[in-house]
Design a protein around this ligand. Structure first.
Ligand SMILES: Nc1nc2c([nH]c(=O)n2[C@H]2C[C@H](O)[C@@H](COP(=O)(O)OP(=O)(O)OP(=O)(O)O)O2)c(=O)[nH]1
Length: 175
């Protein structure tokens, strides 16, 4: 069966379907040209770290309004940094691990996942290449199996991303 492609986006990102059809989203290679956030928009990056069929979720400690909410490890891209550099830095700072980014998880519409009126997030599938994640800045970490994905209170904007990760929990995207 030929899987549908999103032609308008495929050219820009070199997007391809995931190995199992990637029902929730398209993926692209981490090495593609970075896509800047629209002017006036903060670009956040997140790592969907998968191991043994589980997704790593991290519980925010701050600010107060977000404390207790669960998210993808990551943060804002600093000036002069590429998004992938920011992803690696944030995972080192927050989890004390080196991650290896895989394909980017793309929303069906738009260049990135909307977080708010002023922020968007780009998310890469990733695996731990070195170290064991520990909650350096977060309250807690959890490895969530497919049937546990919604057991934690994700930040609202993350829910579509979590749904998009689900088909990739098999780790089959790791070549
Ligand atoms: N890291 C991360 N941030 C998220 C997610 N979902 C979501 O809405 N956000 C929001 C929360 C924050 O308002 C913003 C990211 O800011 P951050 O505080 O993580 O960034 P940072 O580590 O660079 O922190 P700072 O230098 O600004 O203190 O994006 C997510 O899954 N991961």
């Amino acid at each position: 069966m030929t899987l549908p492609v999103r032609r308008s986006r495929a050219g820009r990102y070199g997007a391809r379907r995931g190995p199992r059809g990637g029902k929730g989203a398209d993926v692209s290679e981490a090495t593609r040209e970075p896509v800047p956030a629209p002017p006036g928009t903060t670009l956040v990056v997140g790592a969907a770290i998968v191991r043994d069929g589980r997704l790593l979720a991290a519980q925010r400690a701050a600010p107060a309004a977000l404390r207790g909410g669960w998210e993808f490890p990551g943060g804002k891209v600093d000036p002069g940094e590429t998004p992938v550099q920011a992803l690696l830095r944030e995972c080192r700072e927050e989890l004390d691990v080196r991650v290896e980014p895989g394909p980017e998880l793309l929303p069906r519409t738009g260049a990135a996942w909307p977080l708010s009126e002023r922020a968007v997030m780009r998310v890469w599938l990733a695996r731990v290449a070195e170290g064991e994640p520990r909650a350096v800045e977060h309250l807690a970490l959890r490895w969530l199996a497919a049937d546990e994905l919604l057991d934690v209170a994700w930040l609202a904007a993350d829910l579509p991303v979590v749904a998009a990760v689900r088909p990739y929990l098999s780790g089959a995207w790791v070549s």
